[in-house]
Design a protein around this ligand. Structure first.
Ligand code: PXL
Length: 291
């Protein structure tokens, strides 16, 4: 990996003005972790798409000219990190960006943003799922939630899924290309608000699990926050299970800081209250090695 005094990430996500998702989450988290974020915005929206009546400007036509400028400046990145893409045509642009800017030591993280709770986000259709598979094949690390994992594998989404099936899904996702597969929002059959994150590292063929005791509320943008902490932690040199622990603990803290206020969950977790915790060393670790 090239040495920069501050590690540098190209962040390919949308900018949603209200609601704490995508770049408004990615930038503060990575900046707090001492990492420079260089955004390549895929779209500008007045709010994320869970609010009614949002206005959106798709930036597909602007992406390549922006990338060309970065190329002319000979920029390099320690990581390329993609999330919400605004149009299927953007996938080919991002694929080319990865191959043009990649060096062997670089981390490529693809958060295959497609949907949640068994449903596709309103802007997407089957074509986006097909294109997202192509992008996943170029990644080192992917962070699908259970819904996205099901779409990528053309499987049915079920909250009744068992751990051996999740492990099998992780293997099939890694067969597409990535050597670290991290599946979030894996339900706990016993308790609805408990979920876990299950990860497979192909390099040593080990599976990890971190349980999360979330409160009964759904906050948009938590997937973006989770993946961003993962990117930051891996760039800081954390092992996969410690990075998972840090990301889960950060989201849990954010959910707890927010839940007591009883405000509209669509506004996202009160990130501003918990950002400083990213600078604290890991105090308790709860990861489990699965057999
Ligand atoms: O958090 C994922 C996300 C990102 N960007 C936009 C979204 C969503 C989820 O709803 O609407 C615009």
């Amino acid at each position: 990996m090239k040495y920069y005094s501050i590690p540098r990430v190209a962040a390919i996500h949308d900018l949603s003005g209200f609601g704490r998702a995508s770049l408004t989450v990615v930038i503060p988290i990575l900046s707090s972790m001492g990492i420079q974020v260089c955004p390549l915005p895929t779209a500008v929206l007045s709010s994320h798409s869970a609010f009614n009546g949002f206005h959106k400007r798709d930036l597909t036509a602007d992406l390549q000219p922006m990338i060309n400028h970065w190329k002319s400046m000979n920029l390099g990145f320690n990581a390329i990190y993609s999330g919400y893409l605004a149009a299927t045509e953007q996938v080919d642009i991002v694929k080319k960006f990865i191959s043009d800017f990649s060096d062997t030591e670089q981390l490529v993280v693809v958060d295959p943003v497609l949907g949640d709770n068994g449903k596709l986000y309103s802007a997407f259709d089957k074509k986006m799922i097909d294109k997202m598979r192509e992008l996943v094949s170029m990644a080192d690390v992917i962070t699908p939630n259970l819904t996205e994992a099901a779409f990528l594998l053309n499987e049915d989404y079920s909250k009744e899924i068992d751990i051996s099936t999740i492990k099998e899904w992780a293997v099939r996702l890694s067969d597409m290309g990535p050597n670290k597969v991290i599946i979030t929002s894996v339900p706990d059959k016993e308790k609805q608000t408990n979920t876990s994150v299950v990860a497979l590292n192909i390099d040593d063929n080990r599976y990890w699990k971190v349980g999360c005791n979330y409160l009964p509320a759904n906050y948009p943008g938590t997937g973006d926050a989770f993946a961003s902490v993962m990117v930051g932690a891996l760039l800081q040199g954390d092992s996969l299970p410690i990075a998972l622990d840090r990301a889960v603990q950060f989201i849990s803290l954010g959910v707890r800081a927010t839940f007591g206020h009883g405000y509209n969950p669509a506004e996202g977790i009160l990130l501003e209250k918990v950002l400083p915790s990213l600078n604290a060393p890991v105090q308790i670790s709860s990861y489990q090695l699965l057999d």
